[in-house]
Design a protein around this ligand. Structure first.
Ligand SMILES: *Cc1c(COP(=O)(O)O)cnc(C)c1O
Length: 385
C-alpha cells in the first residue's frame, strides 16, 4: 500500500485500511455465515482456481482479519484459531513428532504446561523448561532432539523480558524453529518475525478483540515454517466463527488509540505504585528500573496495560484482602479488554526459583487513571486496617 506521497503509511493508516479489499463499496466486509460454498460447475469445483471452496478454509470475513494480522506482522499469512491456547498448540504441533523435544520458558503462560503434559507427552514429545533470562545460553539446552524453542516476552505474571534475537540466533544455528507469543506487545509494539522468530502467535482474545467479548487466536509466519503451520491448521480443522472474527476486525481499527491509552495509564499507575510503601516491586518492563527495561527498549516500541506488583512482606491472605477491597478493578482471568482487572498471581516454576513474595497482576483499562489510583489507594488502606 502507498499513501498519496508514496511514503510508507503510518500504523494508524494501516490499521484503518488493512483487510478491506473484499468489502466493495461498503466500509466493512460482510459477515459471511457459511459452511457450503457453491461452484458454477464440476469443472470449476475441480479446477483449484475457485477463490473459496469451503467455509472452514476461508471466507471473505476470515480473510479480512487474517489478511490484516498478517500485514501487521509482516508475515506471509495468518491462520485463525478458536482461542489463544489453540493457537499455541497450532504453532507447536507442526514441528514435532515422537522422540522430539521442545523448550518452553519457565515464565510461559500457564496452560502451555497442559499442552506439554496432555497433548505432547502422550505422543512422545518431551518438554524442557528454561530460565527466561537464558539469552544465547539457550544453545547449551539444545540437543539433537530439540525441534522448537518457544519464547514469550514479557513472561506471564512475572513479566521477564526475553532476548529473542539472541535465542533465535542460537536456535537457528542448530536448525531449531523459534515460536514467539506476542500477546502482550501486539504487532503494534513488537514484530517477532523481524526479531528472528519463525512463527508468531497471539491471543486475539486480549487486545485485538479488546472488549472482553470474544475468544480467538492467530498464528503468523513466513516461508516454509508458516506453510507447515497452515497445512496442520487445515488438517486439524481449526477455524474461527464469523461474528467473532468481525468483532476482532473491529478491534483492529481502534487498536492504536486503545493501546496508547492503556500504555499511558499503566505507566502512570505503575509509577505511583512504585512509590507506595506497601509495594516491594513493580514488574513492568517499561519502567527504567525494571531488569528487562534495556531489552524492552531495544525490541519494542511501546508497552501495554498489563503488569504485576509484589507486595511488601504481606501474606497471600493480605494480597487477597487488597484485591477484594478494589472497587473499579474486576477480579477475573484474561485481560486486554477496556476494563481494569486484578488477580493474585497463580504460576508454577520448575526450572527456576521465583521467590518474590505475594504477586498481584493488574490490567489497566480505559478508565481515568486518577480514579484507578484513588481505588488502589483506598484498597491499600482498607487491607492494612
Ligand atoms: C491469554 C493468553 C493466551 C491464551 O489465550 P486464550 O484466548 O485465553 O486461550 C496465550 N498466551 C498469553 C500470553 C496469554 O496471555
Amino acid at each position: 500500500m502507498k499513501t498519496p506521497e508514496n511514503t510508507p503509511p503510518g500504523i494508524g493508516t494501516r490499521l484503518v485500511r488493512a483487510g478491506r479489499k473484499g468489502a466493495g463499496r461498503f466500509v466493512n466486509p460482510p459477515v459471511v455465515h457459511a459452511s457450503t460454498v457453491l461452484f458454477d460447475s464440476v469443472a470449476e469445483m475441480h479446477s483449484g482456481e475457485a477463490p473459496y471452496v469451503y467455509a472452514r478454509r476461508g471466507t471473505p470475513t476470515l480473510d479480512a482479519l487474517s489478511g490484516a494480522l498478517a500485514e501487521l506482522d509482516g508475515a506471509d499469512g495468518a491462520v485463525l484459531c478458536p482461542s489463544g491456547l489453540s493457537a499455541m498448540t497450532a504453532a507447536i504441533l507442526p514441528f514435532v513428532s515422537a522422540g522430539d523435544g521442545i523448550l518452553l520458558p519457565d515464565s510461559v503462560y500457564g496452560p502451555a504446561r497442559s499442552i506439554a503434559d496432555t497433548v505432547l507427552r502422550p505422543f512422545g514429545v518431551t518438554t524442557t523448561y528454561y530460565d527466561p533470562a537464558v539469552g544465547g545460553g539457550i544453545a547449551d539446552l539444545i540437543d539433537e532432539r530439540t525441534r522448537l524453542v518457544y519464547v514469550e516476552s514479557p513472561g506471564s505474571y512475572t513479566m521477564e523480558m526475553q532476548d529473542l534475537p539472541a535465542i533465535a540466533a542460537a536456535a537457528h544455528a542448530a536448525g531449531v524453529v523459534v515460536v514467539a507469543d506476542n500477546t502482550w506487545a501486539t504487532p503494534l509494539f513488537c514484530r517477532p518475525l523481524d526479531l528472528g522468530a519463525d512463527i508468531a502467535l497471539l491471543a486475539a482474545t486480549k487486545y485485538i478483540g479488546g472488549h472482553a467479548d470474544l475468544m480467538m487466536g492467530a498464528v503468523t509466519g513466513r516461508g516454509e515454517a508458516f506453510a507447515k503451520v497452515r497445512r496442520h491448521h487445515g488438517a486439524m480443522g481449526l477455524c474461527a466463527a464469523p461474528d467473532d472474527v468481525y468483532l476482532a476486525l473491529r478491534g483492529v481499527r481502534t487498536l492504536e488509540v486503545r493501546l496508547a491509552r492503556h500504555m499511558a495509564s499503566a505507566l502512570e499507575v505503575a509509577a505511583w505504585l512504585k512509590e507506595r510503601p506497601e509495594v516491594r516491586r513493580v514488574l513492568h518492563p517499561g519502567l527504567p528500573a525494571d531488569p528487562g527495561h534495556a531489552l524492552w527498549q531495544r525490541d519494542m516500541i511501546g508497552s501495554t496495560g498489563l503488569f504485576s506488583i509484589v507486595l511488601d512482606g504481606s501474606s497471600e491472605a493480605a494480597g487477597a484482602r487488597f484485591v477484594d477491597a478494589l472497587k473499579l478493578f474486576g477480579i477475573g482471568y484474561s485481560w486486554g479488554g477496556y476494563e481494569s482487572l486484578a488477580v493474585p498471581g497463580e504460576f508454577t516454576r520448575t526450572a527456576t526459583n521465583w521467590s518474590g513474595g505475594p504477586l498481584i497482576r493488574l490490567h489497566i483499562g480505559l478508565e481515568d487513571p486518577s480514579d484507578l489510583i484513588a481505588d488502589l489507594d483506598q484498597a491499600f488502606r482498607l487491607a492494612a486496617g
